[in-house]
Design a binder for this molecule. Structure first.
Ligand code: ADP
Ligand code: MG
Length: 209
């Protein structure tokens, strides 16, 4: 599939929901080490709540579906990650054209999603948050967009997964983990880890589509 249409956006969110469900214990374990142990259950609640939307996607195109999914996450997920992921999806959806999006258009939309997370949360790369996965992913997607959507999504997933691993030696400067100061060093950030899962889900959906 070389454009993001409503079917691919729905397949992506379905794959993301399945991955979050499968990895919820791992996300919660990571959040228990440097947070309050609710990241897996927070995201599972939010992505499970997308089911009615995915069963009957709105007629207005992939952007409208992603915007609606973002609003659902904002209303259903507690904690920092709900508003952050929700605003990311809303910005992503708002930046997409009404027609199916090309890889280049999706690259622009991912940059808008990153900007929205940074506007809301104030985190920079290196602060040990989801931005450490999302920023390199958006950049990798943009750099590979000329190779088509599946290749760009694969590059983005790899960059996000690497970005998540790269959070291990960092000291958290934003969010709950920052309260631990130097004791946050040596653990992988839960939100960067879930961003890796969500972008891996996009790569899988794009490859299958
Ligand atoms: P909470 O921290 O409220 O319990 P979650 O456990 O669901 O919420 O999510 C924690 C994750 O949210 C962190 O691992 C981090 O990646 C992300 N996060 C927290 N604060 C910020 C922020 N200001 N900017 C970007 N991401 C953040
Ligand atoms: Mg938490």
């Amino acid at each position: 599939m070389d454009t993001l249409d409503t079917a691919l956006a729905a397949a992506w969110l379905r794959a993301a929901a399945a991955a979050v469900d499968r990895h919820a214990p791992e996300l919660t374990a990571l959040d228990s080490a440097i947070g309050d142990g609710d990241h897996g259950s927070n995201l599972r609640r939010g992505f499970t709540a997308l089911a009615p939307l995915l069963a009957a996607p709105p007629a207005g195109g992939p952007g409208e579906l992603l915007r609606a999914a973002g609003s659902t996450l904002i209303s259903r997920v507690g904690g920092a990650s709900g508003p952050l992921y929700g605003s990311a999806l809303r910005a992503l959806g708002a930046a997409l054209p009404a027609a199916p999006a090309t890889a280049a258009e999706l690259a622009e939309a991912l940059a808008a999603a990153l900007a929205s997370v940074q506007r809301l949360g104030g985190a920079q790369v290196g602060d040990k948050t989801m931005v450490d996965a999302l920023a390199p992913a958006a950049e990798a997607f943009r750099a590979a967009a000329g190779q088509g959507l599946p290749a760009a999504a694969e590059a983005a997933a790899r960059a996000a997964e690497q970005g998540a691993r790269d959070t291990v030696p960092l000291q958290a400067r934003k969010g709950r983990a920052s309260y631990l100061g130097p004791r946050s060093v040596g653990h992988q950030d839960p939100g960067a880890t879930s961003t890796g899962l969500i972008l891996r889900a996009l790569a899988e959906a794009a490859a299958a589509g």
